[in-house]
Design a protein. Structure first.
Length: 256
């Protein structure tokens, strides 16, 4: 064994120990919380959390659903920061879909005790999410995005079949009618932070997702060393599998 091999092995060992220590420190620094802040993603508004909110409130949790402006990442992040600033005590921050980007950006707030990602993006700091996503087969919903200038929305067919495929059709049509359009610049922005590296993290994978590839979801969940649950659900598991989603969030509030 030569000197270069010894040095290389030593560096690798030190790096491995440092990563292990970081993960161990993050996983043991768990605090119970009585507050939950929910953030919605694209093609929706804050009311999409209604089925989850009722369940969390029934066990005594204080819940706030942020109205994400869907304009720019800075504006969306500021909307969440304002809610966190007026929320006293440990808080679990939850993001669905694109909102995973937002909670990754702002989740290092001192009162955030844990992060929960529901079929969500989870980029690293400065990462090009689009470049990451193309490593996986394109989800069907991507072809259904319609732009009117810089304003994007889902077509009715894509919304009903690919976004809300396991939601009763009558309700899915109501959700389609109330979808909030997004600005193209929102999805092109890169985060400056990856709060999941410093906070206990939970992830609910939607196994039947046609909006974010389930394999991509599993990759991101594994990368952040998250506590993972798999749901046989469409992208809108926050509605079709609301009890399980609420259970995962409640688990995060207990710090377990």
């Amino acid at each position: 064994m030569n000197r270069r091999t010894v040095i290389g092995g030593s560096i690798a060992a030190v790096a491995s120990l440092a990563l292990s220590a970081s993960v161990k420190a993050r996983d043991t620094d768990r605090t119970s919380a009585r507050n939950v802040v929910l953030v919605h993603g694209l093609f929706a508004d804050g009311s999409c959390w209604s089925d989850v909110i009722g369940r969390l409130q029934s066990v005594g949790l204080n819940v706030t659903s942020v109205q994400n402006p869907l304009t720019t990442l800075d504006a969306a992040a500021d909307a969440v920061r304002r809610v966190l600033a007026r929320t006293e005590g440990p808080t679990v921050l939850v993001g669905h879909s694109f909102a995973g980007t937002i909670i990754s950006e702002v989740g290092d707030s001192p009162n955030v005790s844990a992060l929960v990602y529901i079929a969500a993006r989870a980029p690293d700091a400065g990462e090009d999410y689009a470049a990451l996503a193309v490593r996986y087969s394109a989800p069907a919903a991507s072809a259904g995005i319609i732009f009117d200038g810089d304003e994007g929305r889902l077509s009715e067919e894509a919304f009903l079949e690919d976004f809300a495929g396991d939601i009763p059709r009558a309700r899915a049509r109501i959700l389609y009618a109330t979808q909030q359009p997004f600005q193209k610049t929102l999805t092109q922005a890169k985060t400056t932070n990856a709060a999941w590296k410093a906070k206990p993290t939970y992830y609910a994978v939607s196994d039947a997702d046609r909006t974010i590839n389930p394999d991509l979801q599993r990759f991101m969940a594994k990368r952040m060393n998250a506590h993972v649950v798999s749901l046989g659900a469409s992208h809108l598991s926050i509605i079709s599998r609301a009890p399980e989603v609420a259970d995962l969030i409640e688990l995060a509030t207990r710090g377990t």
